[in-house]
Design a binder for this molecule. Structure first.
Ligand code: HEC
Length: 132
């Protein structure tokens, strides 16, 4: 009986440890803990995010059929969109209201990009979205 109790306690402790490890990972994603937004560039930081999560619909090739005509691959097209609709873009990727604007949640019908990816995109936009 004592041995069974010991085994159960050990299992419970192991369970708690595993659980907190998972919780930490989620917090990292949820709050962007440890996210490095220094030296964000279009080519090294932003493009890979867009390629992975947006170009299935918003590339030159797919924009008209799947991306509502929005091309986020051609730099001048990205710039033109952001010049007029920065808050729409940020609301779309945050999947929440921004400055009174609620855009369609992006990526469409898919989970949000990570908080760190959002912070990097916001930093690049705040920097004036340079073509770097
Ligand atoms: C599966 C296709 C698909 C993917 C992937 C996708 N989009 Fe979209 N996007 C659309 C469609 C379609 C629209 C038109 C609005 C709608 O149908 O909701 C749109 C609209 C938008 C808009 C305008 C929103 C508005 O309310 O006017 C922005 C900004 C946008 N997308 C950004 C992105 C970004 C950034 C990504 C990647 C993180 C992304 N999208 C991924 C299909 C997609």
């Amino acid at each position: 009986m004592k041995k069974l109790f010991f085994t159960l306690s050990a299992l419970a402790v192991a369970g708690i440890l595993t659980q907190s490890a998972c919780t930490f990972k989620n917090e990292e994603d949820e709050y962007g803990v440890g996210c490095d937004t220094a030296n964000v560039t279009l080519s090294a930081t932003i493009r890979p995010i867009l390629e992975q999560r947006c170009y299935a619909c918003h590339s030159v090739a797919n924009a008209n059929t799947l991306g509502a005509g929005l091309d986020f691959q051609t730099y001048s097209a990205i710039k033109e969109f952001l010049d007029g609709s920065k808050d729409v873009f940020i609301s779309a990727i945050r999947q929440e209201e921004v400055n009174g604007i609620t855009a369609s949640s992006m990526p469409k019908a898919e989970p949000r990009i990570s908080t760190c990816e959002i912070l990097k995109l916001e930093k690049w936009i705040a920097n004036g979205y340079p073509d770097n």
